[in-house]
Write a protein that binds this ligand. Structure first.
Ligand SMILES: [Zn+2]
Length: 385
């Protein structure tokens, strides 16, 4: 059994411990046990602490039958006393976020009777899964409440009640165990069984922000940022919003309306552009020359139905085939080919093979896509007979 210093104080960043064992692990690493440790092992949805132990990097920390295994980058000598240093910024960030989660989960439990049945925290955000659905108004109420509890700076108290006290205690994450249950209490706010390190006062959390909520397994999955993560997120979003506002020449609080206006304008302009394109195309079709032979037409941006319109008109004006293409040399071309006097169905394979593509259709019209250059296409169509 390793003595767990993080249970005695979550704020111990440095400690001295005796190396009990060191055995080679995977990929050149070493698994080290100590008489005591301040490194929190991965558990309860929270990653292991990182840091340095006796000059070696701590890559992973796992708990096995009450013993903490530190996976480190270099061997340590059994019997020797070594110094451990926790990567404090990461640990404190997790303490802020974990404690913020307690307040939110406590509120959702007390207010709506929902349990937190899934908790995960990575280096960017934490997620918690509730047993019931929540509206944005309810989520907003939970966030307001959590931030009020932060402002009121409640203490966070850790205790280990005996079996009789546990029996009487109403707490979240009720465990089957009757001894060594670690109870984390925010007086008047939440009581929960939890093994992780927390901040000492709710004021240290700084800020609680729910940034996303999706329906998940009959409940909700909330994505939450607390503390420095939430502040960094605010900095990023403030910069993005300011950029949008400057681009739109509007105030930040009017940027969303400005973007909606732009979208409407784009929608209207797209309609106008399509009408103009249709009109232009009708002139182009009318102006197609009477040709003794094949016609090859490139119409940028044309879809399959536009290419068909061109080909329908073109076959009336030539004695050979009329081929219409849209696209570019890099991405390839869509094509439609029509003819009055050439049975195209039987020639489709020959054409698509020559131009590196695929397609098919009827004797009167074939369509598909090819990957040749415009120059190659023009030369091929001109010589087709
Ligand atoms: Zn906790």
């Amino acid at each position: 059994m390793t003595q767990l210093l993080y249970n005695e104080s979550a704020y111990q960043k440095e400690f001295a411990a005796v190396v009990l064992s060191c055995i080679p692990g995977e990929n050149g690493t070493f698994d080290v046990t100590l008489d005591k440790t301040a490194f929190f092992p991965e558990q309860g949805g929270q990653y292991a602490d990182r840091g340095v132990l006796g000059g070696a990097d701590v890559l992973d920390v796992q708990m096995k039958n009450g013993t903490v295994i530190h996976t480190v980058s270099a061997p340590l000598t059994p019997g020797k006393t070594v110094t451990g240093n926790i990567e404090w910024d990461t640990r404190y960030d997790r303490m802020q976020n974990h404690t913020g989660e307690h307040i939110l989960s406590g509120f959702l439990h007390a207010e709506y009777g929902y349990e937190n049945v899934g908790f995960h925290m990575n280096d960017d955000f934490l997620t918690l899964d509730t047993t019931g659905e929540l509206t944005w108004e309810q989520l907003s109420a939970a966030e307001d409440y959590a931030n009020r509890i932060v402002r009121e700076n409640f203490p966070i108290v850790v205790s280990y009640p005996d079996a009789a006290e546990l029996e009487m205690l109403d707490y979240r994450s009720k465990l089957e165990l009757s001894e060594d249950v670690r109870i984390v209490t925010i007086p008047g706010v939440d009581v929960c069984a939890c093994c992780a390190p927390h901040v000492a006062y709710t004021g240290e959390i700084g800020l609680v922000k729910i940034v996303d909520a999706i329906r998940y397994k009959g409940g909700m999955r909330l994505t939450v940022l607390c503390g420095e993560r939430a502040r960094r997120d605010y900095v990023t979003k403030h910069a993005v919003l300011s950029d949008i506002a400057v681009t739109l020449c509007t105030k930040p609080e009017e940027a969303a309306a400005g973007v909606a206006r732009l979208q409407n304008q784009i929608y209207t302009l797209k309609g106008e552009l399509a009408a103009v394109r249709r009109e232009l195309l009708s002139y182009k079709i009318a102006a197609l020359p009477e040709t003794d032979g094949n016609l090859c037409i490139f119409e940028e941006g044309a879809d399959n139905s536009t290419l068909r319109s061109i080909v329908n008109a073109g076959t009336e004006k030539c004695t050979g085939i009329c081929a219409a293409f849209s696209g570019n040399d890099t991405d390839g071309y869509l094509f439609v080919i029509g003819a009055k006097n050439v049975p195209l169905r039987a020639r489709a394979k020959e054409i698509t093979t020559a131009l590196g593509g695929r397609g098919g259709g009827s004797d009167a019209m074939i369509s598909g896509s090819v990957r040749a250059s415009a120059e190659t296409i023009r030369a091929y169509i001109a010589g087709f007979c």
